[in-house]
Write a protein that binds this ligand. Structure first.
Ligand code: DAH
Length: 346
């Protein structure tokens, strides 16, 4: 019996040591120490042994049981550690490898340039003002000295809202320009006033590469007691030179807008050729940039400002056009088209 036990001990230990994985080890454990395991059966049989061998065999069996249990536990730990090491090896990370590239969003070229414009004017003491995109006829037209007969008020040019007109404010329209914010801010802040108004405007246009129903403008307004067009020239030359990061010259030509008197068009020296003449400026050396002029006394009055005390100038340029010029974009429709192939280039 003793010999049988010792043989069992030997083979059990051998099987334990040679087990390569937890599953095999568990099978070995069950085979020896399980309910019907070889050693368990011997232990059960101890009580039937003759009295003289009972204590010896009983003691030996128990010792072997403890030894095997310890061997199982040790081997179990060893296999577990090996498996952890193996999985760590498999999960190995190369910290020097270049990572996966994530797609980041970024500001649209329109927004980016708008922020730059705002910053430059801010630096010259201008406040950035805002107004509603759904405007009323009074601010969009009447207060700007634009008569009821003006073609801009035609159904063809303007998106009118299908709502009963207000007696004082008239019909609701999608603002056709940023100029209505002139009177709105005059009424709100009075004089003196130095503002720019970047914003979206809407016109009922037939769409093509140069015309969109929705585009962006920047309005400017400077009102004080001794303001002349010389200030406008200085401000615009400074603004454009900062934006294009090179010296830009400006010049005035006569122009007509009902809300200014005198009215003018401002040209800028071509940023491509510097004024010498090239394809972009059609060899003129100048590019048309914006409309401007001295604010009409009627507009000042509509804004609650006394034209005998104060005067000032106003301007309005197309932010959309400026961006097209800046980035060499030849189709206006891509700007609001939402095509990522376009947007991702910026
Ligand atoms: N509102 C004009 C337009 O949309 C642009 C403009 C011209 C604005 C002259 C002005 C100005 O403030 O003085 O065409």
């Amino acid at each position: 019996m003793k010999e049988k036990l010792q043989n069992l001990q030997k083979t059990a230990l051998k099987e334990i040591f040679s087990a390569k994985d937890l599953k095999t080890l568990k099978e070995v454990a069950v085979a020896y120490l399980g309910k019907k395991g070889k050693l368990t059966e011997i232990l059960h049989g101890v009580k039937d042994l003759p009295a003289e061998s009972k204590p010896i065999i009983g003691k030996l069996s128990n010792e072997i049981k403890v030894e095997l249990e310890k061997a199982f536990a040790d081997k179990n730990k060893e296999i577990e550690n090996l498996e952890i090491a193996k999985s760590l090896n498999e999960e190995w990370i190369d910290l020097t490898a270049s990572g996966e590239k994530y797609e980041y969003g970024h500001l649209h070229p329109l927004t980016k340039t708008q922020h730059e414009v705002e910053n430059i004017f801010h630096g010259m003491g201008f406040m950035v003002a805002d107004g509603p995109e759904v405007e009323c006829e009074k601010y969009n037209f009447d207060d700007l000295n634009i008569p009821a007969t003006h073609p801009a008020r035609d159904m063809q040019d303007t998106f009118f809202l299908d709502k009963k007109p207000d007696v004082k404010l008239g019909k609701l329209v999608l603002r056709t320009h940023t100029s209505p914010v002139q009177v709105r801010t005059m009424l709100k802040y009075g004089a003196p006033l130095k503002i720019i108004v970047p914003g979206r405007v809407f016109r009922n246009e037939a769409l093509d590469a140069c015309h969109e129903h929705t585009f962006d403008q920047v309005e400017g307004l400077m009102i004080d007691k001794e303001i002349s067009l010389a200030h406008l020239k200085g401000v615009m030359a400074e603004f454009l030179s900062k934006l294009f990061e090179k010296e830009v010259k400006v010049r005035f030509r006569p122009g007509y807008f009902p809300f200014v008197e005198p009215g003018l068009e401002l040209d800028m020296s071509c940023t491509i050729c510097g004024g010498v003449g090239c394809k972009t400026c059609k060899h003129a050396g100048w590019l048309e940039f914006m409309g401007a002029g001295m604010v009409h006394p009627n507009v000042l009055k509509a804004g609650g400002i006394d034209p005998n005390v104060y005067q000032g100038w106003a301007f309005g340029f197309g932010l959309t056009r400026l961006i097209m010029m800046r980035y060499g974009i030849d189709d206006i429709r891509v700007l609001n088209g939402g095509d990522l192939r376009f947007v991702e280039q910026f």
